[in-house]
Design a protein. Sequence first.
Length: 159
Amino acid sequence: MTRLPIILLGMLVAGGTASAATVSGSSALALASLVAANSRLLAQQDRSVLARMFAGYLNFRFPPDRKIAVEADSIVCRASNVDITSRSCELTFGQKKVTLSGRKAHELFATLAEAGVRPDGAAGTIRESLSRLSCTIDPNEVKQKAGGGATCNFDPGKP
């Protein structure tokens, strides 16, 4: 075997591996808020605080030195470029799956793109996906309106 095929094989293997990504600021807050709205792993109070912040309402109390963690095992969103009315997202939280369609799916799909998740597609479908989403939101830092307090880490691509 010559060296060229080995080098190409190495490039293909490396190219197929998605590296971890980090997003912060408004994109992270949006992503965490939309995912949290569909997660029953979070307490209702934390979901409510995230919804209020995402809507721009910062007049609430939150314990100092406490943060909100938002996690999802995977998110897969699809939109058709043939049937332009078709869009859906599937969020996986452990054994629980939540399916979104219509406007809610489009909102999450657009937020994934904003967060840097690259689309892929085939045969009339555009797909955005990620796995191992882990967001940390510090409501008291967000309330300072200085651009901080929200960070999300994930592995982009097929879960």
